[in-house]
Ligand binder design. Structure first.
Ligand code: ZN
Length: 417
C-alpha cells in the first residue's frame, strides 16, 4: 500500500513511507536500542563508582556527562525525520554544528543536544508520542519511539536524580493531610487553623506525637521548633514531616522503570501497575481503592477520579470541578500518573500518622533531671554525713525548696546514700 502523510498543511511536505516500513524490523531495532542504552549506562555507573565522579546531564568538569556517553547509539532515520520535522533543533544547536542538515542528527546524543538537553528532550518526546504519533508509520514505530523515550529516561535516572526530586510533589496539598488547599495557602478546609481549630490542633498533635514516638528523622527539627530555634514556617515543616510517613512516589520507578512509557502506550496497564505498587507500598490506601478496576473505565481521568472518590467523595468533586483537566488530564504539566501517586502517598502518610497510638503525658523515665539540683542534693548529703547527722530527705527538700519526692527520686536514681 502506498502511504503518503501530510504534516501541517502549511509545512506541506510529503514522502513515501511504505518502502521504509517494509525494510525495517522495528521490534528488532527496539531491542537493539534498549540493550545498547543499558550497556552504556551500566558502564557509566561502574566508572562513576570506581573513580568517584558523579554522573550529570550537563557537561561539567570532573564528572561524567551522560549525554556524551550516548554518542554511539544510532537512531532510525525514519523515526528521527518525523520527530525533527515537528521538533526542529534549537537555534543554538545549528550554531554549534554549523550545519542545518537534519540527517546529521542520527544518534541519541545529537538528538538530545538538538532539543536543548535531556529534560527538554524527554518532555518533547512525551508530547510527540501523545499527540503526534499518528505521523509515525504504525504501531511498531510508535513502540520504537517509546523506546527512545525510555532510553532518555534511563539516562536521566542514572544522573544524581535531582531532577526527579523536583517533581516529587507537584501539587499544593494541605500541610496536614492529602487534600488540596483551597482558600488558604497551606491548609485544606478541614485543617484550617481558624475555620476548624479543633481539627487543626488534633491533627497537629497526632503528627508531633508520631514523630516523637517513631524513629523519625525529623525529631531534632521538631525539638528545635519546640525550643523556638527554628525559623522556617511551621506549615512548611509539617508538610514535609507528614509525607515522610509514606514511601516517595518516585520509588515506583524502581519497581516499574518504564511506567511513563506504559502510561502513554496503554493507560490501563499503567493503572494496574500503580495499583500493584499501592498494594506493596501504600497498603492502607490500597485497601480502600482496590476495587476500582481500570478495565471498567473509559479513560485515565475517570479512573483516577474514582480512586480519589474512594478516599473521599467530596474531595473528588473538588477535583472534578477544578483540577481534573489541569492535573490529571493530558494537558497536565506533570505526568498525571505522578500526580495521582503523590495524592496516594500523602493519603497513606495521613493514615499512618492517625493510626499510631498517641501516648499522653510525660514518657516514663524521660524527665530530665537538673544536674545542678543533683549536685546540690549531693552537697547537702555530704554536709550531713560530714557532721555525722542522720540523713533526712524531708529536711534536704525543705532546705533546697523542692518537693520531697524529687529528692527521693534523685537519691534513688543515682544511689546517693
Ligand atoms: Zn488537611
Amino acid at each position: 500500500m502506498f502511504i503518503t502523510i501530510y504534516i501541517y498543511g502549511s509545512i506541506g511536505f510529503k514522502w513515501d513511507r511504505a518502502h521504509i516500513h517494509m525494510t525495517i524490523n522495528f521490534s528488532r531495532e527496539e531491542i537493539k536500542l534498549k540493550k545498547k542504552t543499558q550497556t552504556i549506562i551500566s558502564r557509566a555507573k561502574e566508572c562513576s563508582k570506581k573513580s568517584r565522579v558523579t554522573i550529570v546531564a550537563k557537561r561539567r568538569k570532573g564528572s561524567i556527562c551522560i549525554i556524551d556517553q550516548l554518542k554511539n547509539i544510532s537512531l532510525l532515520e525514519s523515526f528521527t525525520t518525523v520527530f525533527l520535522k515537528l521538533n526542529p533543533p534549537i537555534p543554538y544547536f545549528y550554531k554549534r554544528s554549523s550545519d542545518s542538515d537534519l540527517s546529521k542528527i542520527n544518534t541519541l546524543e545529537t538528538l538530545i543536544y538538538s532539543q536543548g538537553g535531556l529534560e527538554k528532550t524527554i518532555n518533547k518526546l512525551i508530547a510527540f508520542l501523545r499527540n503526534d504519533r499518528k505521523y509515525l508509520s504504525g504501531h511498531e514505530e510508535v513502540n520504537y519511539g517509546s523506546m527512545v523515550l525510555y532510553s532518555c529516561e534511563s539516562a536521566m535516572f542514572a544522573t544524581n536524580k535531582s531532577h526527579y526530586r523536583t517533581i516529587r510533589n507537584p501539587m499544593p496539598y494541605c500541610s496536614l493531610c492529602w487534600r488540596r488547599v483551597e482558600y488558604s495557602k497551606y491548609y485544606c478546609q478541614e485543617h484550617h487553623p481558624k475555620q476548624s481549630r479543633n481539627q487543626h490542633y488534633s491533627s497537629r498533635a497526632a503528627l508531633f506525637s508520631a514523630i516523637k514516638n517513631t524513629k523519625s528523622e525529623f525529631q531534632i527539627e521538631l525539638q528545635n521548633h519546640m525550643d523556638k530555634k527554628q525559623s522556617t514556617q511551621l506549615a512548611l515543616l509539617m508538610y514535609k514531616w507528614t509525607q515522610s510517613f509514606a514511601e516517595q512516589p518516585i520509588m515506583i520507578k524502581k519497581q516499574f522503570p518504564n511506567i511513563d512509557v506504559l502510561y502513554i502506550q496503554n493507560w490501563k496497564k499503567a493503572a494496574v501497575k500503580i495499583q500493584q505498587f499501592c498494594l506493596s507500598t501504600y497498603p492502607r490506601t490500597y485497601n480502600k481503592t482496590q476495587y476500582v478496576v481500570p478495565n471498567s473505565f473509559e479513560n485515565w481521568e475517570s479512573w483516577s477520579l474514582s480512586i480519589i472518590a474512594e478516599l473521599d467523595p467530596t474531595e473528588a468533586i473538588f477535583w472534578e470541578i477544578k483540577e481534573l483537566s489541569e492535573w490529571l488530564g493530558f494537558d497536565s504539566p506533570y505526568p498525571p500518573w505522578m500526580t495521582l501517586l503523590a495524592v496516594l502517598q500523602r493519603h497513606e502518610a495521613t493514615e499512618v500518622i492517625n493510626s499510631l497510638p498517641q501516648p499522653r503525658g510525660v514518657k516514663k523515665g524521660s524527665t530530665r533531671i537538673n544536674p545542678r539540683l543533683t549536685k546540690n542534693i549531693c552537697d547537702e548529703i555530704s554536709n550531713l554525713k560530714h557532721n555525722s547527722q542522720r540523713i533526712n530527705q524531708a529536711e534536704i527538700a525543705r532546705k533546697l525548696d523542692i518537693p520531697r519526692s524529687t529528692v527521693n527520686r534523685i537519691i534513688k536514681k543515682y544511689d546517693l546514700l
